[in-house]
Design a protein around this ligand. Structure first.
Ligand code: ADP
Ligand code: MG
Length: 357
């Protein structure tokens, strides 16, 4: 059973966008699940499970998107939350808050809220069923999986087993029991990520960051997994003029995100016996989350500004494709999903975008 909830979050206009265009935004006629996106060429109505606008609170996003998944994870399912969007669209803000070390209660991100809720179960176990929570943090960059708790492990392999499902073999796992331990782990991981960035001269927007929580119940043989994925920026990486490593990097970043697009296309077109999960590390790791027994949510992060209209449209189309997975798994035809507007689904650029990138 797969059930992918797709939500959109528009961040507030930033100072540059305001300086150039004032309050101008691309979103019109909106309600809590849909809006019309206007750019120079067209008006398109998009519908999602939920849309969060610029005035949304971190708590709103958590309650709708993540809280139900925490409960499912406690009941033995796997869970995943993925943030997608161009660089600067609010992925990390939604995941970590404005700065992981300086978060106050109201702007805490999904990560802190998810772990706080897990710890609530830890303190008050349902039916006295005991469990432990372990945390790993890795980064996928140029098809290599790097341990953010131990930088000497810079090429970890992804494996699969009966008891663990898909897992990252050899990744450091730290047992966590309270928020301050999570905070410590996150600051180590984030600091290590920055060290790697300096060494390799990359920016974090080019790598995928995976926060993995393993929930091991005493009386169950199989552990549950809750992954939060802050994806690399979805903008097209400029290849013009790029040479050597930069060109390789541009190709590889496009490769893992387009592999994700291809997996989604296969899942939504009904070709479920031939899903190309193994085409990239990212899709291999997300195999359970996209087609397996996982409760999964995608948060599409967008700028509301006309300056970013084409990247936002591409993000919204990606989310629209992913939404169709739900219909396929429920085994009724994809175009039966009346919540997808005609304009959005009939637009041929949707499939172009996800297959030819
Ligand atoms: P991304 O991770 O997608 O590259 P960030 O999360 O780093 O983008 O966001 C870019 C900037 O916008 C940051 O300064 C961040 O604090 C700010 N920002 C993003 N989303 C919001 C929001 N919902 N409310 C307030 N500020 C936000
Ligand atoms: Mg980021």
């Amino acid at each position: 059973m797969s059930n992918v909830a797709v939500c959109v979050r528009f961040r507030p206009l930033n100072s540059r966008e305001r300086r150039i265009n004032g309050d101008l935004a691309c979103i019109h006629s909106f309600d809590s699940e849909s809006f019309v996106f206007k750019d120079e060429k067209e008006d398109i109505r998009f519908c999602f499970d939920k849309v969060f606008y610029s005035d949304s609170e971190q708590l709103d996003v958590y309650e709708f998107l993540a809280s139900p998944i925490v409960e499912d994870v406690m009941n033995g399912l796997n869970g995943a939350i993925i943030t997608y969007g161009q660089t600067g669209a609010g992925k990390t803000y939604s995941m970590e808050g404005p700065s992981i070390l300086e978060c106050v209660e109201h702007n805490k991100g999904l990560l802190q809220r998810v772990t706080d809720e897990l710890f609530g179960f830890l303190r008050h176990p349902v039916d006295n069923k005991k469990f432990t929570i372990k945390m790993s943090m890795v980064e996928i960059y140029m098809e290599k999986v790097r341990d953010l708790f131990d930088l000497s492990k810079d090429n970890l392999q992804i494996k699969e087993s009966k008891t663990r499902g898909i897992f990252i073999s050899g990744a450091t796992e730290i047992t966590i029991t309270n928020s301050s331990e999570v905070q410590q782990c996150l600051s180590i991981g984030i600091a290590n990520r920055a060290v790697g960035e300096t060494q390799m001269n990359l920016t974090s927007s080019r790598s995928h960051c995976l926060y993995i929580f393993i929930v091991q119940h005493e009386e169950r043989s199989r552990s549950g997994k809750f992954v939060l994925v802050d994806l690399a920026g979805s903008e097209k990486v400029e290849k013009t003029g790029a040479e050597g490593r930069l060109l390789e990097e541009a190709k590889t970043i496009n490769k893992s995100l387009s592999a994700l697009g291809n997996v989604i296309n296969a899942l939504t077109s009904g070709k479920t016996n031939h899903v190309p999960y193994r085409d990239s590390k990212l899709t291999r790791f997300l195999q359970d989350a996209l087609g397996g027994n996982s409760r999964t949510a995608l948060l599409c992060c967008c700028s509301p500004s006309p300056l970013n209209a084409s990247e936002s449209l591409s993000t919204l189309r990606f989310g629209t494709r992913l939404k169709l997975i739900k219909s396929v798994q429920r085994s009724f035809p994809a175009d039966d999903d009346s919540s997808i507007s005609k304009q959005a689904t009939s637009d041929s650029s949707i499939s172009k975008q996800t297959t030819s990138d």
